[in-house]
Design a protein around this ligand. Structure first.
Ligand code: ZN
Length: 160
């Protein structure tokens, strides 16, 4: 069976950046399942998996535009510490949900200088070219319920 719309595919992967550093990997874990055609994984990877079958191994290079988006400097902002009322011990690396005109976004504190806090709303992998090494381990037909929900049920997927 080949990967196409309405298929659930399971794959092992190692994700590295352009410097060759491993960012994420399924090594030591179960393969990752996704429902094809529903945007469960980044578009640049999804489109390269069309027609693949169990046992296929491939290397896929995904541009930022087809990955987690370009790095957007306007999403880096300086805000006063007073904006974090009620939060003790502010430090770099802390994540918060912030309201934006595009809905809630996740921001991370990247620097604190005196009363000034720098927050970055970019995805951590924004602007990165993604290098995936992928091995397909299972392909099956999606259930009607999975297609309706737009995600995988069962092992490695949603439980509800
Ligand atoms: Zn569901």
């Amino acid at each position: 069976m080949q990967i196409a719309d309405r298929c659930v595919a399971y794959f092992h992967y190692t994700l590295t950046n352009s410097a060759g550093e491993v960012i994420d990997s399924s090594e030591g874990r179960d393969p990752l399942p996704y429902l094809h055609g529903k945007g469960n994984i980044v578009p640049g990877l999804e489109k390269q998996l069309v027609g693949k079958k169990v046992g296929d191994k491939l290397n896929v290079v995904v541009s930022p535009e087809e990955g987690y988006g370009a790095h957007n400097p306007s999403l880096i902002q300086k805000v006063p510490k007073a904006a974090f009322q009620g939060v003790d011990n502010l430090e770099a690396g802390m994540q918060f949900q912030a309201e934006s005109n595009m809905g809630p976004v996740s921001v991370v504190i990247t620097a604190i200088n005196g009363d000034e806090v720098t927050v970055d709303g970019n995805h951590p992998l924004a602007g990165e070219t993604l290098h995936f090494a992928v091995e397909i381990t299972e392909v099956r037909e999606a259930s009607v319920e999975e297609v309706l929900h737009g995600h995988v049920h069962g092992a490695g997927g949603h439980h509800h």
